[in-house]
Design a binder for this molecule. Structure first.
Ligand SMILES: Cc1ncc(COP(=O)(O)O)c(C=O)c1O
Length: 444
């Protein structure tokens, strides 16, 4: 063991052993955030001049860091948009880290990039896009939306006079990242009131269109309520008015793979870009977002970095850094590729279909339970409901109690100003009967 960082093989074995056991067991549902005051006495000061050594440092990870994180990968995690990585994807992710691949350009990561592009192609096929489609995996939906909307504005600016201020139009149910991206891009957001189910119609969008609009963002699964906007109507509007149609499918884009849900996305073949987060509903670990352009050339026209030290990079091949706002990148699409390659797309369709059935069973069970009111859903796999006669404080306390016990992560949200409970199913191993048994404690 030479060099400045001696690390015995036994320590590597220990980490790999823990990794392997963790992949088999999944997360502990009782885990959750701890306060700074609890963490600091243990983790504060863990960077020392002499170093703690492998055993002590790794123990901090297994005994303090991991238990103080939310078990999103557990089947009882039904809040926010959780995550349900397949064991294939998780195992492979560990190997990917070890491979140390630079996937910013073809020179650095050709094989990895070519494989990632197979997964991108699968998504492009699901959207109904032709051979000019292509894209890249970025860190998350926020960066995917930013990169797509930047490409959209560049595209529009090549064909239209610059207005005083560009605008992006989206639903009142659009994800918060759209407003965040608009702030970064310094563009106005025209927010169109969604209908009673949370869906933006083309008619409502048309009424708010202005000549400054360079892009419309359609929800391909609104985070809070699961609604899919009128993509076909918006595509028609886009063709008539010459704006870019971007589909934010960070959560819901996975539904394209389920024949029973595909219809909700009719018209997507006429959109210009799509994002889908594999770490949400495509059974991949954090963090990744597939950003796909119907015509990858529009992505390349907007992105990419030039520098003299990069002049030697082979520009004749597919360089992921040309399609989004990034340069160095991990091949973060590869765990999805591996899991797809191992299991096949039919298994993916079946697993997504299973989550739909679980959401349907939950909605039916809620509707059939006296004292619970089903408010909306399932739309894709999101359900909103409320316990009749329960105050907000009691709802929060109930949610917190069950989160702590590990029985269920079901947190409140708001719908039309009122506090309601929200469930979002992305895990095909969620047991609807087990969840319903917990929900019935709301009315006992
Ligand atoms: C519809 C939608 N868009 C965008 C995002 C942002 O994605 P990320 O958290 O990966 O940045 C989310 C995250 O939940 C989302 O649900």
């Amino acid at each position: 063991m030479t060099g400045p960082f001696p690390f015995p093989p036994a320590a590597t074995e220990e980490i790999l052993g823990w990794t392997s056991r963790r992949i088999a067991s999944g997360p502990d549902p009782k885990h959750g955030a701890q306060a700074h005051a609890a963490l600091d006495p243990v983790l504060g000061g863990s960077i020392t001049e002499a170093g703690l050594g492998a055993e002590a440092a790794f123990r901090l990870f297994t005994e303090t860091i991991v238990p103080s994180t939310r078990p999103f990968g557990h089947p009882t995690s039904l809040s926010f948009v959780a995550s349900a990585p397949s064991r294939a994807a998780l195992s492979f992710d560990a190997a990917l880290g070890a491979a140390g691949i630079f996937a910013g350009n073809w020179d650095g990561g050709a094989g990895a990039i070519h494989a990632e592009n197979q997964a991108i192609r699968w998504l492009a096929d699901l959207a109904g896009w032709g051979p000019s489609a292509g894209g890249v995996f970025v860190a998350g939906g926020t960066l995917g939306n930013l990169s797509a909307l930047h490409a959209a504005r560049e595209w529009k600016a090549r064909q239209a006079p610059r207005p005083d201020r560009w605008a992006v139009l989206c639903s009142s149910e659009a994800h918060s990242s759209i407003k965040a991206v608009a702030r970064v891009m310094d563009v106005e957001v025209i927010e169109v009131e969604a209908d009673a189910t949370g869906r933006m119609t083309a008619e409502a969008a048309a009424a708010r269109l202005t000549s400054a609009v360079f892009a419309v963002v359609a929800n391909g699964g609104a985070t809070n309520c699961g609604a899919v906007d009128d993509i076909a109507g918006l595509a028609e509007l886009a063709e008539r008015h010459g704006f870019w149609l971007h589909v934010d499918g960070a959560y819901g884009g996975a539904a394209l793979a389920d024949p029973a849900l595909r219809e909700a996305f009719d018209g997507i073949a006429r959109a210009q870009s799509l994002i889908v987060d594999p770490h949400k509903w495509l059974f991949a670990p954090y963090d990744s977002c597939a950003l796909v352009y119907a015509d990858a050339g529009h992505g390349a026209a907007a992105h990419g970095q030039q520098a003299v030290y990069l002049d030697t990079v082979d520009k004749t091949h597919w360089n992921p850094s040309d399609y989004a706002l990034h340069l160095t990148r991990r091949a973060r699409g590869l765990p999805l590729w591996f899991s797809l390659a191992v299991h096949g797309t039919a298994a993916y369709a079946a697993a997504i279909g299973r989550t739909r059935e679980i959401a349907e069973a939950l909605a039916e069970g809620i509707a059939a339970t006296e004292g619970l009111e089903l408010i909306l859903g399932p739309q894709l796999t999101v359900i909103l409901f409320r316990p009749l006669g329960m105050g907000e404080e009691a709802m929060v306390a109930w949610a917190e109690g069950h989160r702590r016990s590990g029985a269920l992560l079901c947190l409140p949200t708001r719908w039309r100003g009122e506090m309601v409970f929200r469930l979002c199913v992305v895990n095909p191993e969620t047991d609807p009967e087990e969840v319903l048994a917990v929900l019935r404690s709301l009315v006992r």
